[in-house]
Design a protein around this ligand. Structure first.
Ligand SMILES: *Cc1c(COP(=O)(O)O)cnc(C)c1O
Length: 237
């Protein structure tokens, strides 16, 4: 069973790398301009580290408890760890200093806590701002119309550095519709870049998952977060 899992991961990894390269070139960029991050929820560190041995450089967890329980086992000499899930302010302390980026910041309160905990550790924490691009109720992410104000507030905080934007668009059947969400994100990314807000970098646009990462790259993404296409469908039992 395990041997099959390793050979599936290898095959999937090579396929994804090829697809990313093709989409990068088709969008007028170089393959190395796109970051491939593996979303590793529910995946045993043994398999995560195997993917790292194949060349994977970024991994992402979406739950604090799971990240902490697997933290000692990750091969972080050879890969960087991002936090990509919904984060409560009271858990920030547990991951600051352990992750190289928090991709899912969507409120001033959360950013203030990341700033505070980073000051304590004398480090700067890189973050992305998560945008609720589909304007879905009960979903994480700042509403698009509030993005600029939030950025201007976070820009004033010490020991936290905005590096770009992240989004998880609504699940849609229709490729045109999903592309529309990606285009909206790219437009926000370019608008904010053009405004040159002090202390705000717009270098990373994190969007695209297993089902839509090629489309996301074609629409300007430079960080894709891929889980099931690499490790297989998840079993949450
Ligand atoms: C699980 C997860 C992904 C990857 O989803 P797949 O469809 O399995 O590729 C991407 N981003 C976040 C925030 C996730 O939690």
């Amino acid at each position: 069973m395990k041997e099959k899992m390793f050979s599936d991961i290898k095959h999937n990894y090579e396929t994804i790398v090829r697809n990313i390269s093709d989409a990068a070139v088709a969008s007028g960029r170089r393959p190395e301009d796109i970051t491939f991050l593996a979303a590793t929820k529910t995946v045993d560190p043994e398999f995560i580290n195997y993917a790292i041995s194949l060349g994977l450089k970024f991994i992402g967890e979406n739950k604090v408890q799971e990240l902490l329980s697997k933290y000692e086992a990750y091969d972080l000499d050879n890969a960087q760890l991002h936090f990509i899930g919904h984060l409560q302010s009271n858990k920030v302390r547990q991951i600051v200093g352990k992750v190289s980026m928090i991709e899912s910041v969507d409120s001033l309160k959360l950013a203030q806590e990341i700033s505070r905990q980073s000051i304590k550790q004398d480090i700067t924490t890189d973050i992305l701002i998560e945008v609720n691009v589909g304007r879905e109720e009960n979903k994480s992410g700042v509403m698009p119309e509030n993005l600029e104000e939030l950025l201007c507030q976070i820009a004033l905080l010490p020991n936290i550095s905005v590096q770009g934007l992240m989004a998880i668009p609504p699940i849609c059947e229709n490729e045109q519709k999903i592309r529309g969400y990606f285009q909206n994100m790219r437009n926000m990314f370019l608008d904010i870049s053009a405004k040159k807000i002090d202390n705000i970098k717009m270098g990373t646009l994190s969007m695209g998952m297993s089902g839509d990462y090629r489309e996301a790259i074609l629409e300007g993404s430079n960080l894709v977060r891929i889980g099931s296409s690499l490790f297989g469908a998840r079993n949450y039992n």
